[in-house]
Write a protein that binds this ligand. Structure first.
Ligand SMILES: [Zn+2]
Length: 319
């Protein structure tokens, strides 16, 4: 089966990553994130277009720096326009909106800020997709001992700066979810992919409600598989049945400039294989950080084909 990993971050110019993707019959969507790092990805695109032009499509971003300066909107629109001309299939907004960036009056800028509206209108008008990593897992707002996923416990104990439980002066979990819901209310015809299960990874029921509310929204699974693997298998399987047109497979695999490309390609191959076993069989698999074995979902071929191939093509209009 041809497959798409709809959420990766590649910061290397060598061919190894996409060589491996090709060997595994994977197409990939590298996503550029607003870290003020435009130069490396320009190089990356150039080099990868020489190696494997057919194996990837990319999602671009824009910088929030300069928000308070006059002309920020025009500049941003121009940048996005030229990125679409360059082949970008969508635009990513990241958690720095809502969780990090503050305007000149020291207020957090949220994703439903009216200043974003012309930008989102433009994306819609161009028939492109907005992908949003807004907020974090709900665990981020809980004390370590109450977190559901051990991967979150590990991450936030080593990144206290991002552990929102320790920063009550920051917007709450509900503030984050409500902000993108209000944004979607204003843009009902905008295609939106909520990355990381739209930060509602902890409850399939709540996520279902959000998807029911916004028919132009889909979600990707990037870096949140272990959040759903600890939930009731039948409930998760039902979710995939009911929302089979709305979920995109994605990993969030990140390949840094200093990573050994051969080692990374191996890790990537293994991750893709383990995930495939989880979705396509009912085998018991061992997942790092989860005490008991996880039982695979054994999804029918028709649904597998959607979450691994058709949905990314449909929601991002690519490949
Ligand atoms: Zn990511």
């Amino acid at each position: 089966m041809k497959k798409i990993d709809a959420h990766v971050h590649i910061k290397q110019n060598g061919p190894e990553f996409l060589d491996q993707a090709k060997a595994d019959n994977f197409f990939v969507i590298p996503i550029i994130v607003d870290h003020n790092n435009v130069p490396w990805y320009k190089n990356f695109l150039q080099s990868q277009r020489q190696h494997h032009p057919e194996q990837f499509s990319y999602v671009t971003t824009f910088h929030i720096d300069g928000w308070d300066e006059p002309g920020w909107q025009e500049k941003t629109l121009e940048h996005i326009k030229s990125e679409f001309e360059n082949g970008a299939i969508g635009v990513k907004v990241w958690k720095n909106i809502g969780m990090e960036f503050r305007d000149k009056d020291s207020n957090f800028v949220m994703i439903d800020d009216p200043k974003f509206d012309p930008i989102f209108d433009f994306i819609e008008y161009q028939n492109k997709t907005l992908s949003g990593h807004i907020g974090e897992p709900r665990d981020c707002w809980l004390p370590l001992e109450e977190m559901l996923a051990s991967s979150n416990k590990r991450y936030y104990s080593s990144h206290p700066k991002y552990h929102m439980y320790k920063h009550p002066e920051y917007p709450s979990y509900e503030d984050q979810i409500n902000s993108y819901a209000r944004m979607l209310e204003k843009h009902p015809n905008l295609r939106y992919v909520g990355c990381h299960l739209a930060s509602i990874e902890w409850s399939m029921k709540k996520l279902a409600k959000m998807l029911d509310r916004f028919p132009n929204m889909a979600v990707d699974l990037a870096a949140r598989l272990d959040d759903i693997q600890i939930q009731d298998t039948d409930e998760v399987r039902d979710f995939f049945g009911k929302y089979q047109n709305r979920v995109l497979y994605g990993t969030d695999l990140e390949i840094e400039e200093h990573d050994n490309p051969k080692d990374f390609a191996k890790r990537m191959h293994e991750k893709w294989q383990t995930d495939w076993t989880y979705f396509s069989t009912d085998s018991a698999i061992t997942i790092k950080g989860i005490d008991k074995p996880v039982i695979g979902l054994n999804l029918p071929q028709k649904i597998l084909k959607k979450i691994y191939w058709e949905n990314a093509r449909k929601w991002y209009r690519c490949f």
